[in-house]
Design a protein around this ligand. Sequence first.
Ligand SMILES: C[S@@+](CC[C@H](N)C(=O)[O-])C[C@H]1O[C@@H](n2cnc3c(N)ncnc32)[C@H](O)[C@@H]1O
Length: 273
Amino acid sequence: MKTLTKDALKNLAIGYNVSYRETLLLLAHIINDEHSHLFFEKTYDISADDYQNLHLFLSRRNKGEPIAKIFGRKEFYGFSFKTTKDTLDPRPETELLIDLFKKYHLDNSQHLQILDLGAGTGCIGITLLKFFPNAVCCFSDMSAKALSITQENATMHRVLDRSEFILSNWFENIDKKFDVIISNPPYVATSYELDRETMYDPEIALFAGSDGMDAYRNILPNAPKYLNSEGALLLEIGYDQAEKIKQIPSELKLARMEKDLAGIRRACIFRFF
Ligand SMILES: C[S@@+](CC[C@H](N)C(=O)[O-])C[C@H]1O[C@@H](n2cnc3c(N)ncnc32)[C@H](O)[C@@H]1O
């Protein structure tokens, strides 16, 4: 057992150039404690193995690895999701799609058929299944590794019985219609310089051609064939894509566009009318 003083921990944080708050988060994860509670401690008793792990985590964080990738989990809409090198870590701005779904579209009395296209961790579809007990969701992704994580998360959140998983390049292997298709597809232009943390997300989850619009050019024209007549397509878009997305031909029309907390037009609803 090793007794670590607060000052020693602060010095460790400085040495690895990691903030004290994040260092506490890492320590809390290692010793399985609440990090808010650790703020008030004067000393920390940890085993030699845990101390070694703390150094390991600090060194990974120092290289730019996001906390979510180090922990292997990320919070989304108040739920915890497993995330790996094969999945995009869920982002707070994607929560807007859930808000939009709840606000404008559907109530939970219906037997909703949802398609989560490009599911990754499954954070979107799984969150919707938690809020809409009568809904069922088909999760699809082109990455088999990502889809196996979707399945793990669906199991962890006890929605497996209302879930289906399809390995598919967008709509290629989809053969039925849905009430809602919802997607946060890759939308980064290939020339865009990623920050250090985003580099830990898989490329397939990020890049979508020279203007970042390739996924939308597939999804928007094809979605009508997979939507019921009253159905809706909900899409997350990049910070500069609000005008570009309107130019993509589709039977669907833009019904709403919503801004995220930073005031950026971030989520769209498309419908047949
Ligand atoms: C931006 S991530 C979104 C993941 C998750 N839905 C979220 O919001 O956190 C995009 C997802 O689309 C998947 N993807 C990329 N290209 C695809 C394609 N051609 N067909 C199906 N899925 C694709 C990626 O594997 C990735 O999981």
